[in-house]
Design a protein around this ligand. Structure first.
Ligand SMILES: Cc1cc2nc3c(=O)[nH]c(=O)nc-3n(C[C@H](O)[C@H](O)[C@H](O)COP(=O)(O)OP(=O)(O)OC[C@H]3O[C@@H](n4cnc5c(N)ncnc54)[C@H](O)[C@@H]3O)c2cc1C
Length: 421
């Protein structure tokens, strides 16, 4: 075991996909990195466990391609609702044409291992609680941890700080991060259950989610086969300050499970139910300072239309690490002038239009009216899967990609508060 670190160049707070990816890339780039997490790995994280082709692409770049070969592989989305079932294959193109689903207990431990193999020093069981500033720059982070049954404080000094502490981002808040809940955010719960169809080759979403009085709810249910005898089952909905989600997620997940029990050969009780709120579409301000950056969920990098954020976590970790590598010798660089702009270039237009659409989905009756219209057209839903699934890449030049980008640019012009500002 290496000695506990007391100082480093790059200190990464949070070893989920975002922090572990940042630590892996920064270590590979020759930087000294400490990767701290409040928990001890392997640890669970509330999630649907779905890996989109974009996440597969990033995991492969990290060197996890061989490991992915041993994981379940899905071919696309089975979208069901309003009397229709559509099989929508992943579009492929410049991204892989398959996805996967791996419990976070395993996935996150794997990505963290990549970071440690690249040289990052682990600091598990250490919760970051405060920062020390020196002339406007973060100079150190204070952690609490338990040593021989007693809670103690430890300080790690750093030149640069990456905050990847997830949706609530306690440390981000200490640095001035603000999450704007007037923009649509996610409210979701998940559990595990045994299923006779755990090897199904399609992930499933039920866009017609019904409550106990058979009313159509504005949300969706999912079943993601894990290939190990179980599926991840969950429900998610969108909310805003104006239209909070008045929903008991546990009861709704149980109801949805009962609705799907026969079709999915579900067996037994739900296990490990948990739920969380999700910042989305970059609806977060103050995501960087002179020598620190927020990444992943902490920076609100979650798709407003389907709640996936693992791929954004991996991508923002990668991007932040390369900025750290490129600027390692320039002490004058101010990340608050760099990072929001980088994220805006990469995700601004897509997040702006997606969160505008997500806001519409919170309008009562919208899904009930528009759901049947959308589900009648496989062509429309194929396009929806691509744009909603963050599967339009910068290289794509086809009509859908062009229209999506143009709509995004127009949407950004209308935004009172564009993403990341
Ligand atoms: C119900 C639900 C279903 C979802 N389903 C999907 C899905 O199917 N596919 C998908 O792509 N995304 C999904 N998401 C979103 C996805 O879980 C997140 O976007 C993703 O985990 C973000 O990764 P991250 O590394 O930014 O944060 P996290 O994965 O949350 O990691 C943050 C880490 O920081 C640590 N930490 C927190 N505070 C501190 C502190 N003060 N000090 C030290 N460490 C700290 C935590 O212990 C944790 O390990 C879902 C989310 C929810 C809630």
């Amino acid at each position: 075991m290496p000695a506990l670190p007391t100082e480093t160049d790059v200190l990464v707070i949070g070893a989920g996909p975002a922090g572990a990816a940042a630590a892996a890339w920064a270590s590979r780039g020759g930087l000294d990195v400490v990767l701290a997490d409040a928990q001890v790995f392997p640890r669970d994280k509330t999630c649907g466990d779905g890996l989109t082709p974009r996440a597969i692409h990033e995991l492969t770049s990290l060197g996890l391609g061989e490991w992915l070969q041993g994981q379940p592989r899905n071919l696309g989305l089975r979208a069901a609702g309003f009397g229709q079932t559509l099989m929508l294959p992943w579009p492929g193109g410049s991204l892989p044409n398959y996805g996967s689903a791996v419990p976070r207990t395993e996935l996150d431990a794997r990505i963290r291992e990549v970071a440690l193999s690249a040289g990052a020093i682990p600091l598990d069981g250490h919760r970051a609680v405060d920062v020390e500033f020196d002339r406007g720059r973060v100079a150190a982070v204070t952690f609490t941890c338990v040593v021989e049954g007693k809670k103690v404080n430890r300080v790690v000094r750093c030149k640069r700080l990456v905050v990847a502490d997830g949706a609530k981002s306690q440390l981000g808040r200490r640095l001035g991060r603000e999450w704007h809940k007037d923009t649509a955010y996610g409210v979701a719960g998940r559990a595990y259950i045994r299923s006779g169809r755990s090897d199904d080759k399609w992930i499933s979403s039920h866009l017609e989610l019904r409550g106990e009085h058979n009313e159509v709810l504005s949300g969706y249910g999912w079943i993601f086969p894990l290939g190990d005898g179980e599926v991840n089952i969950g429900v998610g909905t969108l909310a805003t300050t104006k239209r909070p989600a008045d929903v008991n997620l546990r009861a709704l997940t149980e109801l949805y499970t009962d609705q799907q029990r026969a079709q999915w050969a579900l067996d037994g009780e739900l296990q490990l139910f948990s739920s969380a709120l999700l910042p989305m579409g970059g609806a977060v301000s103050n995501i960087a300072g002179s020598n620190w950056m927020l990444i992943g969920d902490a920076a609100g990098c979650v798709n407003p239309l389907n709640g996936e954020g693992i791929d954004y976590g991996l991508e923002t970790g990668n991007l932040a690490a390369h900025i750290l590598i490129d600027t390692k010798d320039s002490s004058a660089v101010d990340y608050s002038l760099v990072w929001p702009g980088e994220l805006s270039i990469r995700y601004g237009t897509a997040f702006s239009i997606a969160r505008r659409l997500a806001g519409l989905l919170t309008v009562p009756g919208f899904i009930k009216t528009m759901g049947p219209v959308g589900m009648r057209s496989a062509a429309l839903m194929t396009i929806a899967l691509r744009v909603m699934g963050n599967l339009v890449t910068e290289e794509d030049r086809d009509a859908t990609a062009r229209v999506w980008r143009t709509a995004g640019r127009a949407s950004m012009k209308l935004d009172d508060r564009p993403p990341f500002s």
